[in-house]
Design a protein around this ligand. Sequence first.
Ligand code: 2AM
Ligand code: CA
Length: 258
Amino acid sequence: MQNFIQDIARQAGQISLQYRSRLAELNVTAKPASSKDLVTEADRAVETYLRDAITKRYPTHAILGEEFGTTPGQEYRWIIDPIDGTTSFVHNQPFYSISIALHRNDAPYLAAVYAPVFDELFSAQKNHGAQCNGKPIRVSNCRQLDQAVLGTGFACMRANLTENNLPYFQAILPKIRDVRRLGSAAIDLCYVASGRLDAFWELHLQTYDVAAGTLIVTEAGGTVSDFHNQTKNLPQQLLATNTHLHAPLSRLLTNVTP
Ligand code: 2AM
Ligand code: CA
């Protein structure tokens, strides 16, 4: 299964790159819920490829995908985001990824996040650590907020929700070294796992955005929770850190009045 999840992530990445090479011709539409929430033929083609490959190999497994919803099944459940960072993809930017998680009896078991433009495959297996292109990765050692670089995103504003990230952004930015906004929650989480970011927070993400990345973070020594250092508000509130910065960031986030 470990080889299979990585093979299909890479293959899905190749399909996305074919679409990317003729981006100008691509049919881009907005989802019914919001004019800012985009979907392309590439999202659908990648998810179709992944669903077909999984169903052929494991016909009894359940599948949850961003574009085509739920296929019922037993014991194992695949959670797919065919293109995480569709806005980046549509604007010909490199920060998008294919995100695939496999849960067994509702617990995270395997994960793969592939960033095709960088040819970087992040992967993890429960209790067996995390890797990038086969080499072990680890969260950063940063212990001071004023030396930390954080990632965040604004999914809530794309979805036109009233609760938004700006008050949190305003509270955190003055305390840290700098912030990055890459556009793919799955990549943000892998960057925390590999020490390129010291932490990441965002509101109103969906299970398919974060299922793979959160296992990769925890297997790399990081910590994932909601803003209150609990799990009950995941993934509506997500804080992923190198563990050292978890308590101070949780304190800052919970002091914000949204
Ligand atoms: P997407 O590109 O697959 O939609 C960027 O802030 C992150 O938020 C990306 O991972 C993006 O995933 C996700 N995102 C943005 N708007 C979203 C929405 N309405 N629902 C779920 N995820 C969203
Ligand atoms: Ca997504």
